[in-house]
Ligand binder design. Sequence first.
Ligand code: ASP
Length: 347
Amino acid sequence: MKFKALFSIALLFISSCAFAADKLPHVVILATGGTIAGSAPSNTQTTGYKAGAIGVDALIQAVPELSKIARVDGEQIANVGSNNLTSDIILKLSQRVNELLARDDVDGVVITHGTDTLDETPYFLNLTVKSNKPVVFTGAMRPATAISADGPMNLLQAVTVAADPDAKGRGVMVVFNDRIGAARYMTKTNATTIDTFKAPEQGYLGVIVGGEPHFETRVEKIHTLGSVFDVRNVKALPKVVIIYGYQDDPEYMYDAAIEHHADGIIYAGMGAGSVSKRSEAGIKKAEKAGIIVVRASRTGAGIVSPDSDQPGLVSDSLNPAKARILLMTALTETRNPQLIQRYFQTY
Ligand code: ASP
């Protein structure tokens, strides 16, 4: 009798634990590689290691605490340094995220990613994900094998944000080093330190303290569900190249873009996107060849506004890398320069 009672209490306890776990949000982790999945021969080596060496299951297993926050599943999309990600891979990633978020049983998505282009892919998804469920990118500056690797805490915090109902409708986010930032603005500001992800002019959306996300602001620019872009059935992204502006910059870079059939050019201009005589001639030649050219600023901040004395469209406050993402996305919809210029003011 006594044994029977004990047995039923144990059963009740086990089933209530299973019920509690069942009620946790379901977050899918999509891994693409990067330093967060990096491995070095020694635990003090933080340069010259191999990025994208560890698979998604090992990343999840390294953080058992994830199971207290969410039911997590992992999928490997790629396993490369983000310097080797391509338009095809980020298109596939966006399409997979759209498929996952369309399911009732998925509450949010986390994407692990190299930091080198962690200003590009999140912004692409910010423009092309058709859901208000949280999409959170994270990465690491120290490989998984380093003393005090930052990846496990960044992953835990990213899943915490993706599982938080308050994170809905804020656009795609980058969670890094206790900060929550908007994909529209976050950028890598330091080549080596772990506090590298910042939005220098606009600041963060919030912070994570004691394991809890605290949101402070929202982004004004249109994103995700509000965006006109839909790449769910797009087969390949248009080709957009970046040409850097500097004293004595040559015109032949534009000839190369024309020869290689670029659809668009971002001119990473001096100051507020100003052009030299030679780049002005190059831009005009490219425009004649049907290429859309957008002037951005190489300074890293500030707005490039329309100027009737200068050729090309303007990027507003998007840095050249993000401007390239918007132009590629816009060109899937239209080649109308006025409309594309409006997109640069909207997104
Ligand atoms: N090269 C690496 C990458 O972007 C750097 C990193 O993840 O920190 O994948």
